[in-house]
Write a protein that binds this ligand. Structure first.
Ligand code: HEC
Length: 321
């Protein structure tokens, strides 16, 4: 039995439809889904195998049925199966849209003149062209009314809207991309996971000078409220990134630590080291840190409902802008 079916085409099309749907419905940033989620890759492999299996089963059933047919029926079956597939409806619609006269009827529309044997047919404009022309007229009327009579949005407004939308997207992106923090955007982290990462960073890099409990050694005591270089998450982040005063020994950590690691260790210091009681505290150095924004920020418990306390972790450190 001749198998003229395009089984591989069906599989290919089906495969890409499923892939496309997944890409559409699953949010995977700007990378393809299957590269982001291994499970999606596994799923696609599964779909592929499934489709191959279905094709095989269908072919097998067809074969078995074919074998049961009488010779005559076999012939009829093959005739139907191998008949060229035609899309009659589409063909007719296409001809209609072209609106051209069949060659036998050209006599009806031929014009009188004849230049050296060259004659002219008085064809009607093709319907596809005419309909598009009408559509463009309707469009123009609607457009004119909407934008020039009733004052729809103009380019400037459109631009502003897009910029505003993009700004929102940037904000949202920055929230997910923690590593983008810098000393202007850094906020006090309070997630346990961030703090424990901060603790690890601290214990790996900082205890030689600040002691494991932050009591101080070569470096100053971090547990007290006194800061040489300024407290608050932004200042502390800045100190850690850029280092202390020349010759004091506190290097700039921005070469070694990623922004998020600096934010984590700064948050760890502020959340867990400050206010703790070290074994051998070094004498306080610097000044008591008073947050310059404190005055204009209401005390959290007065205004902010319980639920929101988490998302507004940096009430005391909100930017001064
Ligand atoms: C080589 C010793 C050394 C290491 C290691 C070190 N520091 Fe320091 N740190 C210092 C010194 C010294 C100062 C004081 C700088 C100054 O006076 O300008 C300081 C200051 C600071 C301050 C500012 C304190 C204030 O009162 O303003 C912070 C915050 C700080 N260090 C955090 C860290 C963190 C976090 C690490 C680890 C990533 C670290 N340090 C590693 C020596 C060190």
């Amino acid at each position: 039995m001749k198998n003229s079916s395009t089984w591989w085409l069906r599989i290919l099309v089906g495969f890409f439809i499923v892939l496309g749907l997944m890409e559409y419905f699953v949010d995977s940033g700007n990378k393809p889904v299957i590269f982001v989620y291994p499970i999606a890759l596994a799923f696609m492999v599964f779909i592929l195998l499934l489709m191959i299996a279905i094709e095989l089963i269908v072919a097998a059933i067809e074969n078995v049925m074919y074998q049961t047919l009488s010779i005559e029926a076999k012939e009829r079956y093959l005739a139907v199966k191998n008949k060229k597939w035609e899309w009659t409806w589409g063909k007719r619609a296409y001809l209609k849209l072209l609106g051209s006269k069949p060659i036998e009827k050209e006599g009806e529309i031929i014009l009188d003149h004849n230049y050296d044997g060259i004659r002219e047919l008085d064809n009607e404009l093709p319907p596809w062209w005419v309909y598009m022309f009408y559509a463009s007229i309707v469009f123009a009327v609607v457009y004119l009314a909407r934008f020039h009579v009733f004052g729809g949005y103009d380019q400037e407004l459109e631009y502003e809207r897009e910029v505003a939308a993009a700004q929102l997207e940037i904000e949202a992106y920055k929230k997910t991309a923690k590593d983008l923090v810098d000393e202007n955007t850094v906020e006090l982290l309070i997630d346990a996971s961030d703090l424990s990462s901060g603790k690890t960073v601290f214990e790996t890099n900082c205890i030689a000078c600040h002691m494991v409990d932050g009591g101080g050694g070569i470096g100053p005591n971090l547990t007290d409220e006194y800061w040489i270089l300024g407290g608050g998450i932004k200042k502390v982040f800045h100190t850690i990134s850029e280092g202390g005063r020349d010759g004091k020994g506190m290097i700039a950590w921005k070469q070694t630590l990623k922004p998020i690691e600096r934010a984590q260790v700064a948050s760890y210091i502020l959340n867990e080291i400050v206010g703790s009681t070290p074994a051998n505290p070094k004498a306080a150095e610097g000044d008591i840190w008073i947050n310059p924004n404190m005055q204009d920020v209401p005390a959290p418990e007065m205004q902010i409902p319980e639920l929101e306390v988490d998302s507004t972790t940096s009430v005391s450190d909100s930017p001064s802008k």
